[in-house]
Design a protein. Structure first.
Lengths: 320, 582
């Protein structure tokens, strides 16, 4: 009896000790991730503190502590009348349209990679790849100066056309509101096509050559090889990239639109990020701009739920 | 265990706090003693058109006198509107010396946020600053304080507020290339719109003569657009109006217009531009170029009309051109009544102050005192103000009156020269005060010479500058000696008494509305200018009116109207005040 009691006591002690050990190990592991938790808190949650500016009447030289608390005033202002609403709708339309166009053309890098892969001459291939990747490393400011040098009313293209007497008045490529979305898309493609195809070139390199050999033995020509081997093999990569693009739906970059904006195309070029910048920095209404930028988070959350819902329905898997 | 955890938490928090604290460091060094060593002074300057360390003869003068090296922070150069002001002031240090406008309660905000400091403790012996105690007293009200000297207004003057503050040329005026006007036979100009066919003829002539299809009568730019398209405001000044927010107010307080008013002066000006555009007179680069690009077009004779003498004349009227009879001169538009700024007894709405974080404040106040001294005013002045420069370099006393030296003539009348080694290096023009700060009105009398600070009014210079162009112009303008002379004789000038009116702090809701509305107005104004037909112009106007109304234009206009009327009250008051003083 006594022995059995001792045994259970010992067992309990042992269990306790084991638990302690586990706890200690757990804690040690926890310490390991602490730096990352701090980083996340610092860079993802701490900035959210900035949202309080949306509830104050903040005017720069005067610190927030002395600013007046105004509650929902700025939010009310955003929806106070039709014209205001119309502007926001236009901005959202621009954002969605340009993101959507980007997603719509996201197959182009795939085609480009396949085409590049089919070039047999190695030097040619390298030259083309370098030339198309290079624009990615040029900042938008420089891209705009190139655009300005070429397409402004006294730029290269207009001067040439005028000298050849094809046109009498210079064509306004930059300072007009015709096809703004399309023009922006083209610039974006010119800049990103080569870079975007790098991922797919890597994926193509990873395809088992035996598949091609087998295909050839079966009498497939080059087009058939592409159609039945390369493209299916690229699809997983493509879908991952597509998902990433969709998650960036609202942040379609503001620097491109910032440099290209002017009095004439502002209506169709102003995306959400640019609008927030113009209101906050350009018009000096930081509190209103903060309220506006919160809109972005709300739209993002809604988008996330929509995508999640679609994913659940179609694939039976959900992200959250 | 617990202790360890606590310690860890504590260190983590400390690390985060440190990381964040690194962003804004504070140093309080007001009581430090001045060691007289070279001092780098950051000047936040809303007027400057130059950014970086000041260079040239003026910078050398300041360095020799005060051992100060100026690093100028210029929002005009940096661009982005008030972004620079906002970010710098939010960081708690605007600059060691601050030159900015006090409108929209900005001076009040700066004092409230503790960004500029009281100069009273450093005022002992500052006799030039004390001379303008009226202006500094008036500034107390602007800054919302009961006592103390937080800033000294710019452009102070001892002359009558009802007389024009401009020298020989007004600030605004329709200036045309007189040589071409002569070639087309001095046609009569009843009203501004009559200029369009005349300019068209002049443009054709100029293009044929120079074999250059890129000569345009009008070349515009967008850099200075604010509440409205800046260029479109200029023709309204020819009829006595000036802007205040969205209001155009007549100098004598007899009329106030909203700029979106269908038949108002502003829309009229836009229609003038558009008519010119439809006649092929507007440079297609107008909407994309900046001031510098446009200025060089004037220098090259590729633009034929100027809103301002300090653009057209400064760029093109070199002595060589004038001797050849070429140059910009005032057009005799018969119905014009040009707006003119009266002398601002108590200074303009721009002021100079000292940042609260500045070191060696005594030395900085001494420097500012010097800027208000006869020597400082002559040397500094604004870049386009025409002050005479330092004595001994550009001018000297010849008996009882000042005359330009040979070097001065080269610099002011013949397009520039390199300064002698004693005064530094580089061109005289590049070395003028990059602060661009007019402490005292250039027309005021220099107590040491008994003549004005501005050389353009000296009898010796007026006599010297008669060229073929001047005589031809004069013979067609009732033998007037200068533009001002003509305008006064013909009663074509309307002086707005020089009140130091400052717009009060604006409710931030109004500012937000204003921000959105002005974007609409400015952008649509450019579209209207470039419209290809009258019907497009009208439909753009209608659209703009309905959009801005929807955005709350009426609310903002009410504020501006009140300000414009208050400004007029201040003008009436200063007239009385000056009359009583006499």
């Amino acid at each position: 009896m006594q022995e059995a009691l001792n045994d259970t006591q010992e067992l309990k002690d042992l269990q306790k000790q084991k638990k302690k050990m586990q706890n200690r190990r757990g804690k040690r592991l926890f310490y390991l991730i602490i730096p990352f938790i701090i980083l996340v808190l610092l860079f993802s949650y701490y900035p959210l503190f900035g949202w309080v500016y949306a509830f104050f009447d903040y005017q720069p030289p005067i610190p927030l502590s002395q600013s007046e608390f105004v509650g929902w005033k700025w939010f009310a202002m955003l929806i106070q009348n039709k014209t205001q609403m119309h502007q926001i709708v236009q901005v959202l339309a621009n954002t969605f349209a340009m993101s959507f166009l980007n997603i719509l053309t996201s197959f182009l890098p795939v085609l480009f990679a396949i085409g590049l892969n089919e070039i047999r001459n190695k030097h040619w291939k390298n030259i083309i790849q370098t030339l198309t990747t290079l624009p990615n490393f040029i900042s938008w400011v420089l891209v705009y100066s190139i655009a300005f040098a070429m397409f402004s009313s006294s730029g290269m293209v207009n001067t040439l056309l005028q000298n050849w007497h094809w046109i009498a008045e210079p064509i306004k490529w930059l300072d007009s509101d015709s096809h703004t979305w399309l023009k922006m898309l083209l610039w974006n493609l010119w800049k990103g096509l080569g870079w975007g195809s790098i991922m797919y070139l890597a994926a193509i390199a990873g395809i088992d050559p035996e598949l091609y050999e087998a295909g050839r033995v079966d009498g497939a020509n080059r087009l058939q090889l592409i159609r039945h081997i390369t493209i299916p093999a690229l699809m997983p990569t493509y879908f991952v990239m597509l998902m990433l693009a969709i998650s960036n739906f609202l942040s379609n970059g503001m620097d491109q639109f910032f440099v290209f904006q002017n009095a004439f195309n502002l209506t169709h070029i102003q995306v959400l990020d640019l609008y927030v910048y113009n209101v906050g920095m350009g018009n000096n209404s930081l509190s209103l701009a903060t309220a506006l930028s919160m809109l972005k988070s709300i739209v993002s959350v809604v988008l996330l739920y929509v995508v999640n819902f679609v994913s659940k329905k179609t694939r039976g898997e959900s992200i959250i | 265990m617990k202790m360890k955890k606590l310690a860890l938490m504590a260190t983590t928090f400390a690390a985060v706090a440190l990381a964040l604290a690194g962003c804004g460091k504070s140093n309080d060094s007001a009581t430090e003693k001045d060691d007289g060593k070279l001092m780098k002074v950051t000047v936040y300057d809303d007027l400057a058109n130059y950014q970086g360390t000041a260079k040239g003869w003026f910078a050398k003068m300041v360095k020799d006198k005060f051992n100060i090296e100026m690093n100028i922070v210029a929002p005009n150069v940096a661009g982005g509107g008030s972004t620079l002001f906002d970010t710098r002031s939010a960081a708690g240090n605007l600059g060691d010396i601050v030159i900015t406008g006090s409108n929209d309660g900005r001076a009040k905000k700066l004092v409230k946020a503790g960004l500029i400091s009281d100069m009273t403790p450093y005022m002992k012996g500052m006799k030039y600053l004390k001379q303008y105690s009226g202006a500094t007293d008036a500034f107390q009200k602007v800054a919302g304080v009961k006592s103390g000297i937080y800033g000294i207004p710019a452009s102070v003057s001892s002359s009558s507020p009802t007389s024009s503050s401009e020298g020989t040329e007004p600030t605004f005026g329709p200036y045309i290339r007189w040589d071409l006007y002569k070639e087309v036979g001095y046609p009569e100009i009843k009203t501004l719109d009559d200029l369009i066919p005349i300019l068209k003829e002049m443009q054709t002539k100029a293009r044929a003569e120079n074999n250059d299809q890129k000569i345009y009568a009008l070349s515009l730019f967008k850099d200075w657009d604010g509440n409205m398209m800046n260029n479109a405001k200029q023709p309204t000044t020819f009829y006595g109006y000036d802007e205040l927010g969205f209001v155009l107010a007549k100098a004598d307080g007899s009329d106030y217009q909203s700029i979106t008013q269908t038949n108002g002066q502003y829309v009229k000006a836009l229609r003038f531009f558009n008519k010119a555009k439809q006649a092929g007179l507007v440079d297609p680069e107008s909407s994309t170029q900046n001031y510098d690009t446009m200025y060089s077009k004037y220098t090259d004779g590729k633009a034929l009309f100027s809103f301002w003498p300090w653009l057209g004349q400064a760029a093109y009227n070199t002595t060589a051109n004038k001797e050849a009879g070429k140059g910009f001169m005032l057009a005799p538009v018969q119905d014009m009544k040009i707006f003119s700024y009266g002398n601002t007894t108590n200074g303009s709405s721009t002021f100079i102050g000292i940042g609260s974080k500045a070191k060696n404040k005594q030395r900085l106040v001494k420097f500012i005192n010097w800027l208000y001294s006869p020597e400082g005013v002559s040397a500094a002045g604004a870049q386009t103000g025409g002050t005479s420069g330092p004595e001994g370099l550009t001018w000297k006393m010849d008996g009882k009156q000042p005359v330009l030296t040979d070097f001065g003539k080269k610099v002011f009348l013949e397009g520039g020269a390199k300064v002698p080694a004693k005064w530094g290096t580089g061109n005289y023009k590049d070395g003028v005060s990059q602060l661009n700060y007019p402490a005292v009105m250039p027309n005021d009398i220099n107590p040491e010479t008994k003549y004005s600070y501005s050389y353009t009014l000296w009898p010796s210079v007026l006599k010297d500058t008669k060229t073929k162009l001047d005589t031809d112009w004069s013979s067609h303008m009732d033998n007037a000696t200068t533009t001002m002379d003509y305008l006064k004789k013909e009663k074509k000038i309307l002086v707005a008494p020089g009140a130091s009116y400052v717009t009060p702090e604006e409710d931030s809701e109004i500012s937000s509305l204003r921000g959105q509305i002005k974007t609409q107005i400015v952008n649509t104004s450019w579209k209207m200018t470039m419209a290809s037909s009258d019907s497009e112009f009208d439909s753009l106007l209608k659209k703009m009116q309905s959009t801005v109304d929807g955005l709350g234009y009426k609310k903002v206009l009410k504020v501006d109207m009140k300000n414009a009327k208050d400004q007029n009250k201040a003008r009436v008051a200063i007239k009385k005040e000056y009359a009583n003083k006499k």
